[in-house]
Design a protein around this ligand. Structure first.
Ligand code: SF4
Length: 172
């Protein structure tokens, strides 16, 4: 809807960016345990077909596949809808641009703790991500709020003061 998120003012976002920058600068050739291939970092990819661009922090380019590596500055090691959407769309961008299949993603949660989850990138995650992309495009096109219910995420949302759902929730 053309609204700036001002994410650079949020401490958790800044800490997450610092984590990514650290991994982009240090150990540039280090490949996470159990994976083999060439590490590629900081890829900016675009798909005209999907109408989508994205920055991919880290992948392993193996012989027969691309393995997506996502690092999260969080100890909340849950693969929720936001992460599923991100993984599905980045996998589609990688496949279109690099011409190899993405079958799995490794998600590393690191803050106080360290946890790793391997996510299967199958048709259901791709279709889910495409559906989310379509819904976001509808919001952009129509300029109307998506159907949403308030929850704990509204407290830390950049849009809570202008969102019709979040502003009512916060006021309570
Ligand atoms: S304030 Fe809540 S409902 Fe509104 S955009 Fe943010 S998270 Fe979503």
């Amino acid at each position: 809807m053309g609204l700036n998120q001002y994410e650079e003012r949020r401490g958790t976002v800044l800490a997450g960016r610092a984590l990514h920058q650290k991994h982009e600068k240090e150990n540039r050739s280090y490949v996470p345990a159990g994976l083999s291939g060439k590490k590629l970092i900081g890829l900016h990819l675009y798909s005209g077909k999907l109408g989508l661009s994205g920055k991919i922090d880290e992948v392993i380019d193996a012989d027969e596949e691309i393995i997506l590596v996502e690092r999260k500055y969080s100890d909340y090691a849950i693969i929720g809808d936001t992460l599923k959407t991100q993984i599905g769309l980045l996998a589609l961008l990688l496949e279109e641009n690099l011409g190899k299949p993405v079958r799995r993603a490794r998600v590393i949660f690191a803050k106080e703790d360290w946890k790793m989850s391997e996510v299967l990138v199958d048709e259901s995650i791709r279709n889910f991500a495409l559906r989310m992309l379509q819904e976001v495009k509808e919001v952009i096109k129509s300029g109307t709020d998506p159907p949403e219910s308030p929850d704990g995420r509204c407290h830390d949302c950049c849009f809570r003061k202008v969102c019709s759902v979040g502003s009512l929730y916060i006021d309570k």
